[in-house]
Write a protein of this length. Structure first.
Length: 226
């Protein structure tokens, strides 16, 4: 006898949570995400269909395969995954589970999804992120991005959260998560003031060295004229 799994017919699509890395196409015209585990080699859009990562021709998800999108039921469970070192730069996704799905203890494995909200964590310095910047790695044709504040961009390829949402399309919302508020000019603390003082002292030393050099040249010129 063939085992038949119980079927569910929910009145509305289930909601799930997962983590992923935001990615930007090499020409800067498309935005999407790439998974952190099995399907990490296949970037996907906000509205996407799953396929078998092993290249098999069955429909995803197949109960004798690991294919399909994966998500968990609870937001806190997905947030806990962001604690590991390799996932610190990932973002938290709230998704709508569409199409066929298989339910398991912690979540779903399913055929189709729509990403509703992407929550971006803080910059590596701890400040609330205002942009997504080149993370230094990627997939063919796609550049991986990581949360960044304005002060840490340092000329890297970057895109604002609003621009990323616009490129991704399909009504995606991209929001900044928790973090330290950016330091304003009138609210500098001791470390910031010390850094400013060191910079001013370095500039003063440079001006003094230039004045001394010009003074020596002037003395030399007067001596040659005598």
């Amino acid at each position: 006898m063939r085992l038949r799994l119980p079927e569910e017919r929910p009145t509305e699509p289930p909601t799930g949570y997962k983590i992923a890395h935001p990615v930007l196409s090499h020409d800067g015209t498309r935005a999407g995400f790439t998974g952190v585990s099995l399907g990490g080699a296949l970037p996907y859009g906000v509205l996407a269909d799953a396929s078998c990562v092993y290249g098999l021709r069955h429909r995803a998800p197949h109960r004798r395969c690991d294919c399909g999108f994966h998500c968990v039921h609870d937001r806190s469970t997905a947030e806990a995954l962001l604690c590991t070192a390799e996932h610190r730069a990932a973002v938290l996704l709230e998704v709508t589970v569409l199409g066929r799905y298989l339910r398991f203890e912690l979540g779903f494995r399913y055929a189709r999804q729509r990403i509703r909200v992407a929550t971006v964590g803080p910059c590596a310095c701890g400040t609330v992120a205002s942009a997504l910047a080149d993370a230094g790695w990627g997939r063919p044709g796609w550049r991986a991005l990581a949360p960044s504040c304005a002060g840490c961009l340092r000329g890297r390829t970057s895109i604002s959260l609003a621009s990323f949402a616009r490129l991704a399309g399909e009504g995606l919302r991209v929001v900044a998560g928790s973090g330290v508020a950016p330091v304003q000019g009138d609210d500098l603390g001791v470390p910031e003031l010390a850094a400013e003082a060191a910079l001013l002292q370095a500039r003063l030393d440079w001006f003094q060295s230039q004045l001394a050099r010009l003074g020596e040249q002037g003395k030399g010129g007067s001596h040659d004229a005598l």
